[in-house]
Write a protein that binds this ligand. Structure first.
Ligand code: NAP
Length: 279
């Protein structure tokens, strides 16, 4: 019988996961289908109960339910529990177990260019939900430096305080980070600045960026934000958010099927959905 997989969010119409995941299920000849469901916060518990009752193989969770889903699950793995957010749920013999593949997905995405995070001096910009998953995952890798710059300093300080892995991080203002940006090897932009309607903006100035730096922006629409454009003009290597999106999906697929899929196929699928050219 066909297995059901799903993504729960509100809104959900923009999600590229159904096309990407259905292509994988079909390519690997899995008798499964992946559907998007728009679920209001007050209906989240009933939706999870329903998916469990009908024996869904698993599901993804997206904005705004990544934290609120936790009380409705039977268990949560250690990383997702420390982050306090779940994006992937696996039906393990009738128990719904939550995982977070956002941070590990980001890490896998940059590992193609930066294999040893432990040798990096890292600056993260932003301290929201996505930043939290990335920060905890990075801190676990014990980089040389892992600082956070955020508009609201207290939020960055709270993120550092919440992290279970020792990191000796500093919370910086955007101005301080901009002045000292030359100290970092890897810069990770996690705010929504650069997306519509803030497409012409960037969170901080890159005048002092070294050309040896590697600059990531987790935004993938547009494919090149103003921030990445400015970094490329300084001669730095750049990476957009497609890798993170693709690898978080690949890790979810692996948890559901035991099989790590072809990420280049996934990347091309996403590029086509975004109106870009497959490579
Ligand atoms: P979020 O929780 O709302 O966090 C927003 C962050 O942006 C906070 O640090 C906030 O700073 C900062 N910010 C917002 N407006 C700002 C402004 N005008 N000036 C300076 N800083 C500002 O959002 P999120 O869920 O983490 O998502 C952030 C971005 O990541 C979105 O663009 C999303 O599409 C992208 N994302 C990509 C992937 C992927 O797979 N590639 C996955 C998840 C998210 P304050 O603390 O000062 O408010």
């Amino acid at each position: 019988m066909k297995k059901l997989y799903a993504v729960l969010g509100d809104p959900i119409g923009h999600s590229m996961s159904p096309v990407m995941l259905n292509d994988l299920f079909s390519f690997y000849q899995k008798d499964a289908h992946y559907l998007p469901f728009q679920v209001k916060a007050e209906d989240l518990g009933s939706a999870v109960k329903g998916l469990k009752a009908i024996g869904a193989g698993g599901f993804n969770v997206t904005i705004p339910h990544k934290s609120n889903i936790i009380p409705f699950l039977d268990g949560v793995d250690e990383l997702a529990a420390s982050i306090g957010a779940v994006n992937t749920v696996v039906n393990e013999d009738g128990s719904l177990i939550g995982y977070n593949t956002d941070g590990p997905g980001f890490l896998k995405g940059i590992n193609t260019i930066v294999p040893m995070v432990s040798e990096q001096r890292i600056l993260m910009i932003g301290a929201g939900g996505a930043a939290r998953a990335i920060y905890f995952t990075m801190a676990k890798e014990k980089p040389l430096v892992l600082d956070i710059a955020n508009r609201t300093l207290e939020t960055a300080a709270k993120l550092i305080e919440d992290c279970p892995y020792d990191s000796s991080s500093r919370a910086l203002s955007l101005k301080e980070a901009s002045e000292n940006i030359g100290e970092y090897d890897l810069i990770i932009q996690t705010t929504m600045i650069g997306m519509s309607p803030k497409m012409a903006e960037q969170p901080l100035n890159l005048d002092n960026l070294r050309k040896q730096s590697f600059v990531c922006d987790i935004i993938y629409n547009p494919l090149e934000t103003q921030f990445l454009h400015a970094a490329a003009l300084k001669g730095a290597r750049i990476q957009n958010g497609i890798n993170m999106f693709v690898y978080q999906g690949a890790l979810a697929f692996e948890k559901w099927t035991g099989f790590f899929p072809d990420v280049q196929r996934m990347r091309n699928n996403v590029l086509v959905q975004l109106g870009g050219n497959p490579c």
